[in-house]
Design a protein around this ligand. Structure first.
Ligand code: UTP
Length: 300
């Protein structure tokens, strides 16, 4: 895959989102908003910025709203146009920039992240591609997005690249953990990886974050995979099998990640994006101070 720039990004969004029940009974996790945009929009923007022109969404039959969101909203556009609301019109037209194509594939059963990626095989074909998990929201104010950073490294090195970040040892059981002996604090070759190891046996504290650039050989490996941890087809297991035949680098990206698959992560992301929002920042600070004072958390 030397010098090949990724053009395709896969968004596995067919998970059940059980941690956000009851909201996720009808609203897919990826459609939950941070300020004014759903999580999936941030993920799409990051992929487009990285140079992707084909976006493959792996959904399930209950997630019509993801496809609806990226579809043209004729009636709404007409109404906004008639009302002269041009700024709002542009907002909804811009959800998918011109020249970018959305493809939808279905994962009939939530058999795991690895299985979801495999469902995208026909849409991706035989070229390196990105995997972006929208619930890992990465904020990087002044600089290239996380996917752009790992796509650059993949293109320069001809390797697959996985985004990682350091987590407290007590947390290793919540992540895929890599062993990268030559890691120089920014990147290094992965020797092995393991899904959700207990802190005592984790090979490091470098945790996989939801941004990958992968060689297409991963599909053959996923095809032959038996269910692993939590009885799911694990992407981590397929990457482990890729290691002996193709180099995979871990890359510690620049930016702050919010785990919006958890309640606290979603709250932290909302606070960060509100504080970073031109029109909302000052009012958010006041609202937070007021809440803290009224709740008796700090003196006003
Ligand atoms: P998670 O482990 O966060 O699972 O999946 P989940 O089902 O979405 O959420 P909880 O744990 O029940 O609250 C990580 C990513 O993989 C996708 C999810 O949509 C999410 O983006 N995924 C997971 C699939 O697309 N299919 C699967 O079978 C499993």
């Amino acid at each position: 895959m030397k010098n090949q720039r990724i053009r395709k990004a896969v968004f596995p969004v067919a998970g059940l989102g059980t941690r956000f029940l009851p909201a996720t009974k009808t609203v897919p996790k990826e459609m939950m908003p941070i300020v004014d945009r759903p999580l999936i929009q941030y993920a799409v923007d990051e992929a487009v910025e990285a140079g992707c022109d084909t976006l493959v969404f792996v959904t399930n039959r209950y997630k019509h709203s993801v496809a609806d969101y990226f579809d043209k909203a004729y009636e709404l556009e007409h109404k906004l146009e008639k009302a002269g609301k041009i700024a709002q019109l542009e907002l909804i037209r811009d959800v998918l920039p011109k020249g970018v194509r959305a493809v939808f594939v279905t994962q009939a059963e939530a058999l795991g992240l690895g299985h979801a990626v495999l469902c995208a095989r026909a849409a991706v074909g035989d070229e390196p591609f990105a995997v972006v998990l929208p619930d890992d929201l990465i904020w990087h104010r002044n600089g290239a997005g996380a996917l752009s950073q790992i796509a650059d490294l993949a293109e320069q090195s001809g390797s697959s690249v996985i985004a990682v970040e350091d987590v407290p040892r007590a947390m290793t059981g919540s992540y895929g953990i890599v062993d990268a002996p030559s890691f120089d604090n920014r990147h290094g070759g992965i020797a092995s990886m393991v899904e959700k190891p207990a802190p005592g046996v984790a090979p490091s504290t470098l945790a996989v974050v939801g941004r990958y650039v992968l060689d297409a050989r991963i599909f053959d490996l996923l095809e032959g995979l038996a269910p692993g941890k939590d009885s799911e087809i694990q992407l981590t297991d397929a990457i482990s099998q890729l290691l002996p035949i193709h180099p995979v680098l871990a890359y510690r990206f620049q930016g702050t990640r919010f785990d919006c698959g958890t309640h606290l992560g979603l709250i932290e992301a909302t606070i960060r994006f509100a504080l970073d929002h031109e029109a909302l920042s000052a009012a958010t600070v006041v609202a937070m101070q007021q809440a803290l004072a009224e709740m008796g958390v700090v003196e006003h």
